[in-house]
Design a protein around this ligand. Structure first.
Ligand code: FDA
Length: 396
């Protein structure tokens, strides 16, 4: 039987950070992971360069049934704190877009940094090791494939369900259920959206085409609205605008897409019509990629060579309104295989926001993506992993 102060289960972003913080406070920490390869999600993140935080991360960039829950942890460990750590390790980085910070070289540098931080805290590693059972008594008892262990505190950092092939499991939700804790139904987020093959047929040939668009959706009291790049695919829509809105989207609700957010397309079309000899396709090609203009004219029932002057105002209005308010209802998403994160998870009602400790099970903590706090695309999810990990690591 091995005895520890803290057992951290899951050695991803949040688990390594938490183990390092607790270890550096002098606690005896064991860090357990079932995967043979360390921190795969950090490794593949940001196209191999890890978008490790966002300079502007704040509570407004997160979804949760309790949007205020993340405030405390985010306020106490800010993007600037993580940037200072990265600078201490002399990891070169750059800002790419809207506050998103990436390593210049490789996400491996972030993994190495966290491993060294764990080393500074004398963290004991146990991996690949499976945790079969966690029992609560005066201390926690863990049955693992490496033997029995006891720990005064247990931190669950096993993440969400996205990308099962690199080791995602439902461990956190199962443990939550074992202790009678509520969970918010997990669902794929930051994920491409798909349409029925017949509905998408006219656009499928445009796969690979990208343009900036404003995409919005409403579900109950929450509304998402993003101005970002939109990418057409064989099966539907992707790109940053869609990944962002997917976290807000609910089945059977429509998306509204403004393909020309800079201006009122109907007014421009009616203005351009006067005395014009141009074809409608030519006019639209001045504003949109030409291939999209051709499909747009066809799906609105106009001949490919229809001239502006010959199209009734009523029809130009329909065409223009649809450009600013293209309303379409996805059939689904690409699911866990492609989702960058999991929305939902262990309910924040069950946890103290300052320590991520379970209210009714002292010593048990849930951190990172396992919790019902989901960030936007752009470094926000790692910032939550770091901040929630530090909150727990300091409180234990
Ligand atoms: P994480 O998933 O990192 O770690 C969980 C750990 O628990 C894993 O090591 C796993 O093996 C282990 N585990 C799971 N089940 C277990 C079990 N039963 N027993 C023992 N161990 C178990 N975010 C961001 O901010 N910037 C970015 O650039 C990206 N890029 C990105 C790309 C891709 C392709 C994906 C899939 C995701 C991203 N993300 C991202 C999201 C980000 O990777 C994610 O939010 C964090 O890694 C979550 O950190 P956690 O530590 O909570 O879980």
């Amino acid at each position: 039987m091995e005895n520890f102060d803290v057992a951290v289960i899951g050695a991803g972003a949040a688990g390594m950070m938490c183990a390092a913080v607790a270890g550096q406070r002098g606690l005896r920490v064991v860090l357990i992971d079932h995967a043979s390869s360390l921190a795969e999600k950090i490794r593949i993140s940001g196209g191999g360069r890890c978008n490790f935080t966002n300079r502007d991360a704040g509570p407004a960039n997160y979804l949760s049934e309790n949007p205020r829950f993340c405030r405390s942890a985010l306020a106490r460990y800010s993007p600037q704190d993580f940037i200072s750590l990265v600078k201490r390790y002399r990891i070169a980085f750059h800002e790419k877009h809207k506050g998103q910070l990436f390593c210049d070289d490789s996400s491996e540098q972030i993994i190495d940094m966290l491993v060294r931080e764990c080393g500074a805290g004398n963290v004991t590693w146990r991996r690949p090791v499976d945790v079969h059972e966690v029992r609560a008594g005066t201390t926690f008892e863990l049955s693992t494939s490496a033997g029995e262990m006891t720990a005064a505190s247990v931190v669950v950092a096993t993440g969400g369900l996205s990308i099962p092939k690199i080791g995602a499991t439902d461990f956190a939700y199962r443990l939550a259920r074992q202790f009678g804790l509520a969970t918010v139904e997990p669902r794929p987020a930051l994920v491409p959206l798909t349409f029925t093959s017949t509905g998408w047929e006219p656009f499928a040939a445009l796969s690979g085409l990208a343009l900036e668009a404003r995409v919005s959706t409403s579900a109950g009291r929450t509304r998402g609205d993003f101005l970002e790049d939109l990418l057409l695919t064989h099966r539907g829509l992707s790109g940053p605008a869609i990944l962002q809105i997917s976290s807000y989207w609910q089945l059977a609700t429509p998306l509204t897409i403004d393909l020309l957010p800079q201006f009122d397309a109907t007014a421009r079309l009616l203005e351009a019509k006067t005395g014009s000899k141009k074809q409608v396709v030519t006019e639209l090609s001045g504003w949109l990629p030409a291939r999209l203009a051709e499909v747009w004219v066809a799906v609105h029932g106009l001949a490919p060579d229809a001239r502006m002057a010959d199209v009734p105002d009523r029809q130009l209005r329909v065409l223009g309104d649809a450009l600013n308010r293209w309303t379409l209802t996805p059939a689904g998403s690409e699911g866990w295989r492609k989702a960058e994160v999991t929305a939902g998870g262990v309910s924040t009602q069950e946890l103290f926001s300052t320590s991520l400790e379970v209210r009714k099970v002292p010593g048990l903590h849930f951190i990172g993506e396992a919790v019902d706090v989901t960030g936007w695309l752009g470094g926000y999810n790692f910032q939550w992993a770091w901040a929630s990990a530090v909150a727990a690591g300091q409180a234990i």
